[in-house]
Design a protein around this ligand. Structure first.
Ligand code: H2P
Length: 837
């Protein structure tokens, strides 16, 4: 790969550096070079993955100067840095996104082609880091993209799980979980920083002492110390120099301790402890019902929080800051309560390690944190059993007691004689089993609290955080979620990106409001046709993928009706199934009925121990089997369950959808972000007035949105007046339910779905029956609308044109202005090691 005829080194000729150059020959040479010198392979024996790795290193090289300069400039500057603390990051593959953000997608495609390779195949080689469960982790990833694009000094902290969210296979219609070995072939995007390590204590007891100056102090004597090692990944902004850092912690055993064990001759004991240490960052916990009481999860949360806060303090001191001014360097956003232990940990670090007094430490702490809530479901609010907590974090328990004591004094002054208030606001839940309420810890320790959509933020103030709102109304605000148009349009839907750009230029990629410019083409017949041609082409791609992977033939001209998200009863995938069965029964009754052909597409994972969710998957696949094979249906309906729904797969699904199913029970979905991705890609929404659906409908116009179902308020009324599912159990709903319970879809096995059916008949917490008729009626309107393709095209164009609000850039700007008080700091590239140094 050497170049024998180097141009003469005079000032008229630029010699491109093989690690930074962007010309096609240089890129080709760099790829070949990395293939040989990093992968150790000749082209003749290289696998596609070898080429992917060679390309990934080639691209990483081209990011490094931006990254190093960005980090350096934050250290030099005095401006505040946003620290995003999240136990989950659902990043999706990096390669394609980095090419887009560097603005070199096309030239790299050409270089790769000239080497006889296909860029899309190489991109598909990447194993995505599935370090999250769903929307919450994906939101963190979109926010990292926007922070960098908006040139905001920021760092994301999290856990480098060795195993991310499980891979899902479908066997005999059931979900089977497979360990996600995403690091199997190495990860070219991360850099291990062995010098950036912190010790984290666990367990043991606390000793109190008074020193010679009469100062009272606490000494935490742990029974285990683990080491956190930083792994850094650059997060590039879109066509800016900023490359922020995502710093993920891996747990390891401290070097010291093998020796101790050797001294006492306990070799196996030492190995065992090493395993215990390494286990902490081993695996991402699925979003299970029974997450509470999982000791390892508490250790994980504390582990990453402690490493991150120690790191921030170290960086702050390195910038020359004083510890009592910590909040001037960092503002820390808590992504849900997973990192809420931060409040007690920062107090501990300030009190015990940096010897601040309580008042100063508390002042610093409460100027540092802000908390985002992501759910109203009471069962999802984290609580830790007090004894469990005490056994892992004895010092933090003391600190929490002290925070609580002082806080409750304040409450008692505000609400004299109101025992109920003390009880409901306390950080400790009393009762048979005492526990620590992590949301309360987050609320008391944060200067700002926000929900993730208007409705959600309102409901927070009326329900789960009502007493907190009463106490601290000024802390509350709303920050409606958003998604990054770079991944969710430019990367995943190049055809639509090109069409839009041909009409309004490419400014919308950074300023999504510019999509408004499309409105004036909504009545242009030729444009509508182009629009629908793009949609059809994308649908054909998905159809051939489905046929290839599952052998199911689907009609690209049919209405693609899609529901992809975690499987959960409140999200009501089974309501969608009831509609499918209803349509099927209509066809059986009137075989020649003229219906709009539909393809129902599902995707999503069920938490491994959430049995009803797994049964919902089995119901979908069982109904699919019957419907897809019944000759009377004549291919007018098809049902597809796409296995292993993840970021990679979803990038192919959103662009192909005609109809977006956002059918959660009103008041249950905090925001949703899939709803935004669909609408941005031209799907129309059928949805309830829940989460961000409300705002999407406001923006796109009610005439361009299919609304059904009870409102959150009506849900509450109906529930308090005594809801009875049997009141709705008649006609087509009864027929559908009876078929499920008679075994019609399960080879006459009437017991298979009994648990699911009973949960509906005898409880129906999520009011499927109450919303059923409204849903079916609305679906009929959808079908009628789809018959008029031209009108549909107009509605679809208007949906896209009016989605400008839902960029994560807008969300991040709001966080910056209202909560973080930070401004963009453009990064200027400079030579970090000029010649001769
Ligand atoms: C959750 C909420 C969504 C919200 C998302 C991000 C926890 O995601 O339920 O309504 O949009 O956080 O704020 P999910 O259900 O997808 O896991």
């Amino acid at each position: 790969t050497s170049n024998n005829s180097l141009p003469p080194n005079n000032n008229n000729v630029t010699v491109e550096d093989d690690r930074t150059g962007l010309s096609i020959p240089t890129l080709k040479r760099a790829i070949a070079d990395n293939l040989f010198y990093i992968q150790g392979k000749f082209p003749t024996i290289a696998t596609e993955n070898d080429y992917y790795m060679a390309l990934a290193y080639t691209i990483r090289d081209r990011m490094l100067q931006r990254w190093a300069v960005t980090v350096d400039s934050y250290l030099q500057s005095k401006t505040r840095v946003v620290s995003y603390l999240s136990a989950e990051y659902l990043l999706g593959p990096h390669l394609g996104n980095n090419l887009i953000n560097l603005g070199i997608y096309d030239r790299v495609k050409q270089a790769v082609e000239e080497l006889g390779l296909d860029l899309e195949h190489l991109i598909a080689q990447e194993e995505e880091p599935g370090l999250g469960n769903g929307g919450l982790g994906r939101l963190a990833a979109c926010y990292m993209d926007s922070l960098a694009t908006l040139e905001i000094p920021a760092i994301g902290y999290g856990i480098r799980y060795e195993f991310g969210i499980f891979d899902q296979e479908i066997r005999d219609g059931w979900q089977v979980e497979i360990t996600d070995q995403w690091l199997r072939y190495g990860n070219p995007w991360e850099i291990r920083r062995p010098e950036v390590t912190y010790e984290v204590k666990l367990g043991g007891h606390v000793e109190h002492y008074t020193d010679s100056h009469g100062h009272y102090g606490s000494n935490w004597v742990p029974d285990l110390v683990v080491k956190g090692v930083a792994y850094d990944t650059p997060i590039l902004g879109y066509q800016v120099n900023t490359a922020n850092t995502l710093r993920l912690w891996k747990s390891e055993a401290p070097e010291s301790f093998d020796f101790q064990a050797f001294n006492v001759g306990d070799y196996y004991g030492a190995v065992n402890e090493k395993v215990i240490c390494e286990n902490i960052s081993k695996i991402l916990y699925p979003n299970d019902e029974q997450i509470q009481g999982k000791e390892l999860r508490l250790r994980q949360q504390y582990f990453f929080v402690s490493c991150s806060l120690q790191d921030m303090i170290a960086l702050h001191l390195r910038r020359g800051g004083k510890v009592e001014n910590f909040y001037e360097t960092f503002v820390v956003q808590l992504n849900d309560t997973h990192p809420a232990i931060s409040v007690a940990e920062l107090m501990r670090l300030l009190l015990d390690e940096h010897e601040l007094d309580w008042e100063t430490a508390w002042d610093v702490t409460t100027r540092t944190f802000a908390y985002t809530n992501h759910t109203l479901l009471p069962e999802a609010l984290e609580k830790w059993n007090l004894d469990l907590f005490a056994s892992i974090l004895p010092r933090h328990l003391e600190i929490i007691y002290e925070i609580n004591r002082r806080f409750l004094d304040e409450v008692a002054i505000r609400f004299p004689g109101d025992e109920g208030k003390l009880w409901s606001l306390s950080l400790i839940e009393e009762g048979e089993e005492k526990s620590i309420r992590m949301a309360h810890l987050a609320c008391v320790g944060s200067f700002a609290i926000n929900g993730v959509a208007q409705l959600h933020s309102e409901l927070l103030k009326e329900t789960v955080l009502k007493d907190w709102y009463e106490l601290y109304p000024e802390k509350f605000s709303n920050k409606t979620n958003g998604v990054t148009p770079r991944r969710w349009m430019v990367l995943s839907n190049p055809r639509l990106t090109e069409l839009i750009t041909s009409k309004i230029g490419d400014g919308w990629i950074k300023n999504l409001e510019e999509l408004k410019g499309l409105e004036k083409f909504a009545d242009d017949g030729a444009f509508r046709k182009q629009w629908m041609d793009v949609k059809l082409a994308v649908k054909k791609d998905l159809a051939s993928q489905v046929e290839q992977q599952q052998g199911i033939k689907i009609n690209p001209e049919s209405l693609f009706d899609v529901q992809v998200k975690r499987i959960h009863e409140y999200k009501r995938q089974h309501l969608n199934v009831l509609h499918i069965i209803t349509l099927y029964n209509r066809l059986k009754q009137h075989p020649d009925l003229d219906i709009v052909p539909r393809t129902f597409i599902f995707g999503g994972k069920a938490a491994p121990s959430y049995h009803v969710a797994k049964l919902m998957i089995k119901l979908i696949t069982s109904v699919a089997e019957v419907v897809n094979h019944d000759p009377d249906v004549r291919d007018r309906i098809k049902v597809v369950f796409m296995p292993d729904y993840n970021v990679t797969n979803s990038q192919k699904i959103y662009p192909a959808a005609d109809l977006s199913e956002q059918i959660s029970l009103a008041g249950k979905e905090a925001s949703g972000t899939g709803n935004m991705k669909f609408s941005l890609n031209g799907a129309l929404t059928i949805g309830t007035l829940d989460g961000a659906n409300v705002e999407i409908r406001e923006c796109v116009g009610e005439e361009n949105f299919f609304l059904f179902g009870l409102t959150a308020q009506e849900v509450e009324q109906l529930k308090s007046s005594g809801y009875n599912p049997w009141d709705y159990y008649h006609d087509s709903l009864k027929q559908a339910i009876d078929q499920i319970s008679s075994g019609f879809f399960s080879h006459r096995d009437g017991s298979l779905f009994q648990r699911l059916v009973n949960s509906l008949l005898y409880d129906d917490r999520y009011l499927l029956f109450a919303d059923y008729h409204s849903y079916i009626e609305c679906q009929d309107r959808v079908a009628e609308a789809y018959r008029d393709k031209d009108k549909w095209a107009k509605m679809s164009i208007l949906n896209v044109a009016r989605m400008g609000k839902f960029s994560s850039d807008r969300s991040i700007k709001e966080y910056c202005e209202d909560i973080w008080k930070v401004k963009p700091v453009p990064v200027e590239l400079y030579d970090l090691c000029p010649d001769g140094e």
